[in-house]
Every structure is written in structure tokens, then in C-alpha cells.
Design a protein. Structure first.
Length: 206
């Protein structure tokens, strides 16, 4: 991660923008994309902002919520380091690829959804391991694809998709939208915050 500098606009058609994060801090890059998206949506009625070469940005609902607060509807999808295997396989190649949708709800505030496509966030497995506790059976599998309640085996193995093959397919397609179509990394090319030796290469579409 590079701490200094600004993300750069590399394509701009008015309502469509491609932003290169230059490996900067994910929250900073995504906030810049949100600002651009709001401005362009208000000017054109609709906007799409793609981010390439960014980093993990934390909580997706924070960013879609800002869009909803500005009176717009937001859909944000990102890719992440491999956490799950293709359906029926046992080799990690697809991330949990979280996504969020938010819409203004007038006097009721904001309607927002924010989920990852795995049964659990990887951080919760690390936390359970630190506490010396077992994990539920439906959270993860070991390196051989066998369901496990051991958090260490889960970290070294696979996190299971939220709803079987259906959500695995959603995660795969978000890797296409956030990684392939933005010109960023995808699949095993994305590195997460637990790997300090590699650039992330994460991409985002919104």
C-alpha cells in the first residue's frame, strides 16, 4: 500500500469514470470514487465509477450510505483475496467479494444492505482462533475440502459460500465486474490485508 498521493482519473466520458487508485489506501480511493459518482449522477441522472489498483476499503455500507444521503441509489461491488473454492473444488481462487446496495428512504433514513458472499468474514475466524474457541460447522472447510470446526484449519483451508453454489456464482461474477472489467487484478491475483508482501490490486465497481 502506498500512503501518499492521489488516485488518477484515466477514463472520463461524463457519466462513466475509471479511477486508478495507484495502490493507495482503499478508504481514500473509494471515498474519491463516491464523490465523483454523486457529482456525475446528479449531472447526468446515472453514473458508473470503476476503480482499479486499490486496496481493501473496510465497510462497504459506509460508502453506499454516503451516496444515499446525497439522494442517489448506490450499488457497490468489490473483489478480495481468495477465500473460497469454485463449487465442488478445494483450491481457493475466489474472494468473498462483498457488495452493498443503499437507497434513500425519506423520513425513515437510509435503506442499506451490506454482505460478503462467504458464510462468515475471515476476521471472525481469526478472532475465534485467538480466543481458542471452535467455529460452527457451516463456516469453513479444511485444505482437503472437509468441513471443520477448527479455526486454524479454516484459516489454512476454505471459507464456505453463504448459500452454496448460488452465492459462489454471485461472488464469481462480482470478480468479473470489479476485477476483470476495471482492468484490475482478479481471482488469485488479488492479495488481502493479511499478506503484507504483495500489492492488493483490488478493484471496485459502483
Amino acid at each position: 500500500m502506498r500512503s501518499a498521493g492521489e488516485p488518477q482519473i484515466i477514463t472520463d466520458t461524463g457519466s462513466l469514470v475509471v479511477l486508478d487508485g495507484q495502490d493507495r489506501i482503499g478508504q481514500v480511493v473509494t471515498d474519491r470514487a463516491v464523490e465523483l459518482g454523486i457529482d456525475r449522477a446528479q449531472a447526468h441522472g446515472i453514473a458508473g465509477v470503476a476503480i482499479r489498483n486499490s486496496n481493501h476499503f473496510g465497510t462497504a455500507a459506509y460508502f453506499t450510505g454516503k451516496v444515499a444521503d446525497a439522494g442517489c441509489l448506490a450499488l457497490l461491488a468489490t473483489n478480495a483475496s481468495p477465500a473460497m473454492a469454485p463449487w465442488g473444488d478445494r483450491e481457493k481462487s475466489v474472494g468473498n467479494n462483498p457488495w452493498s446496495i443503499a437507497a434513500p428512504a425519506g423520513s425513515y433514513g437510509t435503506a442499506v444492505m451490506d454482505i460478503a458472499n462467504t458464510a462468515v468474514a475471515r476476521g471472525k475466524i481469526h478472532l475465534t482462533e485467538e480466543r481458542g474457541e471452535p467455529i460452527p460447522e457451516n463456516w469453513a472447510a479444511d485444505a482437503n475440502g472437509v468441513p471443520t470446526t477448527d479455526p486454524r484449519e479454516a484459516v489454512e483451508g476454505l471459507i464456505l459460500p453463504l448459500a452454496g453454489h448460488k452465492v459462489y456464482a454471485i461472488s464469481f461474477m462480482f470478480d468479473v465486474l470489479a476485477g476483470v472489467l476495471t482492468g484490475s487484478s482478479f481471482g488469485t491475483g488479488v492479495a488481502g490485508p493479511y499478506d503484507p508482501e504483495r500489492r492488493s490490486g483490488a478493484g471496485t465497481s459502483s
